[in-house]
Each structure stands twice: as C-alpha cells, then as structure tokens.
Ligand binder design. Structure first.
Ligand SMILES: NC(=O)c1ccc[n+]([C@@H]2O[C@H](COP(=O)([O-])OP(=O)(O)OC[C@H]3O[C@@H](n4cnc5c(N)ncnc54)[C@H](OP(=O)(O)O)[C@@H]3O)[C@@H](O)[C@H]2O)c1
Length: 338
C-alpha cells in the first residue's frame, strides 16, 4: 500500500558522503503544515548505519537520539520522537539482489550514495527500474550515467521508474547555471553558445575529499576509453555547444556562464554566476536532497519514467528556487547588447 511506503531511503548512509546527505535530509523530515516524511537508511552494516544516524541526527540539530532500538527483525528505529515516524534501517548489500529488491518494495525514492558507481551502481539502478521506483544519485561518472541510460531508459519508461543521476555539485550548478542563464533571454530568443567554468576558492582551509570520491575520479580517468567506446557505439545526436574549463583551488563553488542570443547575428551577452558553500559535503547534500524532495512533492508533474539528466526532470519545477532558499546563489552579473 502506497501509504505504508517509506518516502526516501538513503542507500550507503554509512559512507563519508552518505552521512552528510542523511544529515541534510533530516532537516526536512518534519515539514511545517504537512505530513512528516518517512525516512529510511540502508546499507550492509546496521551498526555503522545506526552510528551514522546518531551522528547525523545530532549534527542536524535533532532533539535527542536513541540509536539501536530494534522494532522488528529487519527494521530498526533509532531516532528521537519529535512527531515524525522513526527512521528505519534496512540491511542491503549491492551484491545481494534480493536485499535491494526488498528495499525497493518499501520505498518511493532511493537516493544512492554507494560509489564508485562504475563498480557498485548498476544493481541499484536495475532493482529500482524493475520495481518502478524512483532513483537518484550523486555520481560524477559520465560512463556510468550514459551506460545506465543505454541499458535502462526504455524499461524505466515502461515501469514508471524515474532515474536521475548526477544530483551532486559537479553537475547541478553547471546544468542549472545554464538554465538560469537561458531564463535571462526573452522568448523566442535563446542562447546559441555557452562558456562555463568552475573556480574553487579557499576560505582558510585546504580542499578535502574522501577516498570514495578519489577512487571514483581515478577509475573514471583510467577508463576514459570505455566512455569513448560507449559513445561511438550510439547514434550521434545534435548537442548544444558548451565549452567547459576548470581551475581548481580549495573550497567554495563559483561558476559562471556566458551566453549569446541567436538571430542572424548574436546581439546579446549575459554573464551569470552560481555560487555556494563547500562543494563535496555541503553543496552536494543540499542539491541532492532538494532533488529528492521535488521527486516526492511534484511527482505528478515529472516524466512518468525514464533515465534523464537533472535539468530535464527538474528544470520545469521550483527546484532552482529551492536551491536558492537552501544556500546556493544565482546572480546575473551583466547583460550587454553586442
Ligand atoms: N558529485 C559530487 O559532488 C560528489 C560528492 C561527494 C561524493 N560523491 C560520490 O559519492 C560516492 C561515495 O563517496 P564516499 O566518499 O562517500 O565513499 P565511501 O565513504 O567509501 O562510502 C561508500 C558507501 O558505499 C557503501 N558500500 C560499499 N560497498 C557496498 C555494498 N557492497 N553494498 C552496500 N553498500 C556498499 C559503503 O558501506 P560501508 O559503510 O558498509 O562500507 C558506504 O556506505 C563516490 O562515488 C563519490 O564520487 C560525489
């Protein structure tokens, strides 16, 4: 029964990033004037998950916690009673398909923080698609994303599973930065070229990343040939022209895009900027959890099913406004007639 389903499960909540994602989710557990959200966490170690929940609850400012209170054999409650249902803990291992299917049966939206995704991601996507359950993740691994689209898009359309990868910092500010920039043009005028770049600024700290992120980056670079092979195997499609560059320094996200409107001759240039807090463990949880909440709150207005990018799914919703309310800033720097 739909009302018995958990709203959101965070798979891999015991991981370094997963616990920050959980912390962010807990802040939205008890929305004013609405039904409390039913939340679960899943992974292979209940003990680690309970510890992550205790940490995240305290960090999110929850009143009190009581980690480890078992309610049924496979169901554990370990959260304070602030009027919202207890957070449920499921045991699930990506090498055990039955355990993933069991989680999918009980859930509306699966948020997967289990990476590197090229190693661990596919069974989770497959279980969600088969069950017709919505899925999102924080991967920055293009080969994984494109392979999932190739393998599961048609099936996901049939089962009604919405699969949205790349709901992390390295994709959302870029994609929604372009959407924001495009919104500065009056229809039917649209941008015909975008330059985008990323600057990470230090605010008194060195940049830090966890091993899981490092491994994902190393594997992605080491296996670039797989991505080229995958792309060559598919029919070519028209793509917008997008020039990307990056200049990495510690802390703070800061991204600009420049756009020129079309016509016989380009006549307008708009410079916009997206900025926000620390990228990996503050911005990523914010953009990921807001995506999950849109999936829940605005499901009727989203595509019925399929494998899509965040911009396709969330571009027509209030997602950008939600990001602005939660710590990201979208600014118009200049508008110039040329
Ligand atoms: N796009 C972005 O901005 C962004 C930012 C941060 C992270 N990420 C990505 O997020 C991913 C996770 O990074 P991380 O640093 O958090 O890694 P991590 O600390 O190693 O966490 C990995 C998680 O996966 C779980 N896991 C591993 N094998 C599993 C299995 N067989 N079954 C079930 N769960 C399993 C781990 O569970 P155990 O606790 O039981 O080991 C842990 O919860 C990486 O791919 C990283 O690139 C992306």
């Amino acid at each position: 029964m739909a009302e018995d389903l958990v709203d959101i499960v965070v798979l891999g909540a015991s991981g370094f990033t997963g616990k920050y994602v959980l912390r962010e989710l807990l802040k939205f557990r008890n929305p004013a004037g609405r039904e409390p959200r039913k939340i679960a966490i899943a992974g292979r170690s209940k003990k680690k998950l309970a510890a992550a929940l205790t940490w995240a609850a305290a960090a999110a400012g929850a009143a009190s916690t009581s980690a480890g209170r078992t309610t049924t054999k496979d169901l554990e409650s370990s959260f304070s009673d602030d009027g919202a249902p207890p957070v449920v803990i499921y045991e699930a291992d990506i090498t055990n398909v039955a355990s993933l299917r069991a989680v999918c049966k009980k859930t509306k939206v699966v948020v997967s923080c289990v990476g590197p995704y090229r190693k661990y991601g596919q069974p989770v996507v497959e279980a969600c698609v088969e069950a017709g359950v919505d899925y999102l993740d924080i991967t920055g691994e293009p080969e994984f994303m494109e392979r999932m689209e190739l393998l599961y898009h048609e099936k996901a359309k049939q089962t009604g599973s919405l699969v949205v990868s790349a709901c992390g910092y390295d994709s959302i500010p870029a994609e929604f930065g372009v959407i924001f920039n495009t919104q500065q043009f009056d229809a039917p005028s649209v941008p015909n070229s975008v330059d985008s770049y990323l600057v990470l600024e230090s605010v008194g700290h060195n940049i830090k990343g966890n091993l899981g992120t490092w491994e994902s980056a190393v594997l992605g670079t080491a296996n670039m040939a797989d991505l080229q092979k995958l792309r060559k195997s598919r029919p070519r499609r028209a793509r917008p022209q997008l020039n990307l560059g990056s200049d990495q320094q510690p802390q703070m996200l800061y991204a600009d895009s420049r756009t020129i409107s079309p016509g016989k001759e380009p006549d307008k240039q708009v410079v916009t900027r997206v900025s926000g807090p620390e990228v990996g463990y503050v911005t990523t949880p914010i953009v990921c959890i807001q995506a999950a909440l849109v999936m829940l709150d605005e499901r009727k207005h989203l595509p019925k099913g399929g494998v899509y990018t965040p911009g396709v799914v969330f571009g027509g919703t209030d997602y950008l406004q939600r990001l602005q309310k939660n710590g990201l800033t979208f600014d118009v720097i200049s508008t110039t007639k040329i």
